[in-house]
Design a protein around this ligand. Structure first.
Ligand SMILES: Nc1ccn([C@@H]2O[C@H](COP(=O)(O)OP(=O)(O)OP(=O)(O)O)[C@@H](O)[C@H]2O)c(=O)n1
Ligand SMILES: C[C@](O)(CO)[C@H](O)COP(=O)(O)O
Length: 225
């Protein structure tokens, strides 16, 4: 059973700031996306890895050892995350891929246990996605004031890798008009069942400037391999 990993890293990281898009900034001495790639390259259940890049980042991507050695295939992304995912799915079409994990390049702390859980979840469901529960009260705000509250019952904070049977998510993306926040939204629009899998608080998405230091603290707190 061929399982592919799609690592989406074609964004511009505007919320994170910095001289480079966030996925190319260093985290404890390595580019964020290099750490993300390493996690999937080390996962025994992942047989093929694609890295989705912005055309402006091609030279950086080609300098990554896994790419230079031909172990990771590059695909050019699109103007939105879902367009980037669609480009990668189309690049894999017709190549015998049965399962696919779709992961943010900006989530470098993904654990091996989570990757394994996502692969296993596809035995029982055409789609599966990791999430963590909402543990804070939720408000609606306008002009710096609370204007309402939101019941958090049944709400989850979505993470990646989001896992799917390949043909099902390819068809779902082909049928979707675009603009989805994640691949679960695309899958559900096509009527696909998506199982919720326990995520991990450490599986943060580097989004804002402070996330680099937070990720570095988590990284250095990890037990040595
Ligand atoms: N056109 C896009 C937009 C986003 N992504 C990727 O999707 C992941 C999640 O997106 P996000 O965190 O929003 O990244 P950016 O779009 O780069 O961030 P920002 O919105 O701050 O610009 C990131 O790894 C990003 O590189 C992508 O591959 N193609
Ligand atoms: C895909 C995702 O990481 C799931 O939480 C999230 O939707 C990405 O959102 P962003 O605004 O593109 O960072």
């Amino acid at each position: 059973m061929t399982t592919a990993a799609i690592i989406v890293a074609a964004g511009r990281g505007t919320r994170a700031g910095g001289d480079l898009p966030k996925q190319w900034q260093l985290l404890a001495g390595q580019p964020v996306v290099a750490r993300t790639l390493a996690a999937f390259r080390a996962a025994p259940g992942v047989h093929r890895t694609l890295l989705v890049i912005h055309p402006d980042d091609r030279a950086r991507a080609e300098a990554l050892p896994d790419v230079a050695e031909g172990a990771v295939e590059l695909v050019e992304g699109g103007a939105s995350r879902d367009a980037s995912v669609r480009n990668a799915l189309e690049a894999l079409a017709g190549r015998g891929v049965k399962h696919v994990l779709i992961h943010d390049g900006a989530r470098p702390l993904v654990a091996q246990a989570l990757i394994a859980r996502m692969i296993e979840a596809l035995d029982a469901s055409p789609g599966a996605a990791p999430a963590v529960p909402v543990s804070d009260a939720l408000w609606r705000g306008e002009g710096g004031r609370v204007v309402g509250t939101q019941d958090r019952t049944g709400l989850f904070r979505a993470q990646t890798p989001q896992a799917f049977r390949f043909e099902a998510i390819l068809a779902a993306h082909r049928a979707h008009p675009g603009g989805a926040a994640d691949d679960v939204e695309v899958a559900r629009a096509a009527g696909l069942e998506v199982a919720i899998v326990e995520g991990c608080e450490d599986n943060l998405k580097v989004t804002y400037p402070g996330d680099f230091a937070r990720a570095e603290r988590l990284l250095t707190a990890r037990p040595a391999p």
